[in-house]
Design a protein around this ligand. Structure first.
Ligand SMILES: NC(=O)c1ccc[n+]([C@@H]2O[C@H](COP(=O)([O-])OP(=O)(O)OC[C@H]3O[C@@H](n4cnc5c(N)ncnc54)[C@H](O)[C@@H]3O)[C@@H](O)[C@H]2O)c1
Length: 257
């Protein structure tokens, strides 16, 4: 979708922009002539080298585990009118059972995947007010609903994110801000797979078909980016305070057949 008038010259913020779903979202928004500020934990040089396809977006380094860094970013853009905040960044699971998972590891996952969304939302409020409304789109996960063992912190962070989404929707409705979460299934990004061809067997054994068509198959980041951008558009004006799954039917399936 090129040159969509909904996005032309509109300012939006995308976190986790250096990779996967965040990069795909920023690319699509920039192609639609939005003004995109991307946030990630990489230095600007590293980001520019890694994400050369995103040369036309603004970028700021921001470690989302740091409340101070988040506040500083928003102080620097306090003059902007914000149309949409895409909270995409997250830490993956450590893949440890609770006997092995340390307090520090638990706190780290919750800080990036949940607390940061609270802070990004909080600091973006004046910018949404300047715009007379907008949308916050939070990227959750199917792990909030059904998971595998050894993902306690990650799954809890995403369950918390769904609840936070509902709360924010109630609170921000008077400002004209909608808040919606999207819970993807398995997506071909570095969080799930470094190389889909090499990891094919592993994913298949876990129950995630890689054929691009079976129920619950591994999807592409662009497929989620499209959903996020649609949710943030006026076309999705009746969707608010809820979590929408985009998982190729993964949660509908009882067994891998
Ligand atoms: N890939 C999947 O299968 C899948 C499935 C369900 C949900 N998700 C969710 O989708 C979102 C995007 O994940 P992805 O698959 O694109 O993964 P990814 O690893 O490709 O991208 C995640 C990005 O977040 C950034 N990030 C991590 N910690 C950060 C921090 N402390 N500060 C700033 N940035 C930080 C990383 O640098 C990276 O660029 C996440 O919320 C993830 O939980 C992914």
């Amino acid at each position: 979708m090129q040159n969509n008038p909904d996005w032309k010259d509109k300012f939006c913020v995308v976190t986790g922009v250096a990779s996967g779903i965040g990069a795909a979202t920023a690319k699509s928004l920039a192609n639609q002539e939005a003004r995109v500020l991307g946030l990630d934990r990489l230095d600007e040089n590293e980001f520019r080298t890694k994400a050369s396809a995103l040369a036309n977006i603004e970028y700021k380094k921001c470690d989302l585990s740091s409340p101070k860094e988040i506040e500083q970013v928003f102080r620097a853009i306090s003059h902007e009118k914000l149309l949409a905040l895409f909270n995409v960044a997250a830490m993956p699971s450590h893949g440890l059972g609770i006997s092995e998972l340390s307090v520090e590891q638990w706190d780290q996952v919750l800080a990036v995947n949940l607390r940061a969304v609270f802070l990004l939302s909080k600091f973006s409020l004046p910018l949404f007010k300047s715009n007379s409304g907008g949308t916050i789109v939070n990227v959750s996960s199917v792990h909030a609903f059904a998971s595998m063992k050894n993902h306690a912190a990650y799954a809890a962070s995403k369950g918390g994110l769904n609840s936070l989404t509902s709360q924010l929707a109630l609170e921000l409705n008077p400002l004209g801000v909608r808040v919606v979460a999207v819970a993807p299934g398995s997506i071909n990004t570095p969080m799930t797979t470094k190389d889909l061809a090499k990891d094919r067997e592993l994913l298949e054994n876990l129950g995630f078909p890689t054929d691009g068509k079976s129920i619950g198959h591994v999807g592409q980041p662009e497929e989620i980016a499209e959903v996020l951008i649609w949710i943030a558009s006026p076309k999705a004006s009746f969707i608010n305070g809820t979590t929408i799954t985009a998982d190729a039917g993964l949660l509908a399936r009882l067994a891998y057949e």
